[in-house]
Design a protein around this ligand. Structure first.
Ligand code: ASP
Length: 292
């Protein structure tokens, strides 16, 4: 048994190497923090939420502060958390004034009978729970603003997001995912990230997975659930990750990356994008890579 275990990613896509390195540092910081929680007996749920919160706070990663801008030049964010033991989930989409969307997603899971709240309703709920709304400008970092200014005359999307899957000592598996979504997306567009089974899925009896990349492709094949189903069929996480990506590519021609963790604490990761930034830690191993 390799309990506990944590794997996280900082996005797939194609970014300059110096930016990829900064992003990987953020992923490593998140994994190290979450590992310490797990090793001290904390839950997989707390571990993934904290890992993602740390990555949301990192200005170089496309989630929370530092999110990509949409076509109109502002940030709209999506996030999901899922507890693989209860199969409960909480998600928010198209929120603009939330510093840490993953914390709001957790409140949706724990304090409502709903799963997904969007836009203004989600922000109203945040306020009702004592969460402070921020000025949307606070979420915009200079690097993202410059990128938007340069790109607004051209077309093109770039992809990267953050996510984590963890297994705790009790055998609970949880997943958390958060994103600013596709760069230059239409205002109001929601991707795979807050959709259960597309952006993330966890079942403590089997394993968990989360996706990054072209959300429209991940949604069309419910990529994360597909991979958990492959685990259930007996494939190991690395094979399930590869089969999931190959299936998504064959059926949609899209580009995505995935990270996977099974109930035994075995990890998998795969992508058909140029890069996938990931880090993981198990009892026996720590690994972090700009996987090209
Ligand atoms: N999957 C996210 C989305 O489509 C973006 C990403 O992972 O880069 O919104």
């Amino acid at each position: 048994m390799m309990k506990p275990a944590i794997i996280a990613h900082g996005g797939a896509g194609d970014v300059p190497l110096d930016l990829a390195k900064k992003r990987l540092d953020g992923v490593i910081e998140a994994v190290s923090y979450a590992w310490d929680l797990l090793i001290s007996g904390d839950s997989a749920l707390n571990a993934v939420v904290e890992a993602v919160r740390i990555m949301e706070d990192n200005p170089w990663l496309n989630a929370g502060r530092g999110s990509s801008l949409n076509a109109d030049g502002y940030v709209e964010m999506d996030a999901l958390v899922m507890d693989g033991t209860t199969l409960k989930a909480g998600a928010v989409a198209a929120v603009r004034r939330i510093r840490n969307p993953i914390l709001l997603a957790r409140l949706v899971m724990e304090r409502t009978n709903h799963i997904l709240l969007v836009g203004e309703g989600a922000e109203k709920f945040a306020q009702s729970q004592g969460m402070k709304l921020v000025d949307p400008e606070e979420l915009i970092v200079p690097y993202q603003r410059e990128k938007w200014e340069k790109a607004k005359m051209t077309s093109g999307a770039s992809i990267d997001t953050v996510g984590a899957v963890a297994l705790d000592f009790e055998g609970n598996i949880a997943v958390a995912v958060s994103t600013g979504g596709l760069f230059m997306k239409l205002p109001g567009r929601v991707g795979d990230t807050p959709i259960i089974g597309a952006g993330g899925y966890a079942d403590s009896n089997i394993g968990g997975a989360c996706a990054t990349g072209l959300g429209e492709a991940a949604m069309r094949v419910l990529l994360s659930k597909k991979i958990v189903d492959l685990l259930e069929m007996g494939y190991d996480p690395q094979t399930a990750a590869r089969m999931g990506i190959e299936y998504m590519e064959k059926r949609t021609n899209g580009s995505c990356g995935v990270i996977v963790l099974d109930k035994f604490g075995r990890v998998g990761f795969y992508k058909n994008t140029r890069m996938l930034l990931y880090a993981y830690k198990t009892k026996d191993k720590f690994d972090a890579q700009i996987y090209i």
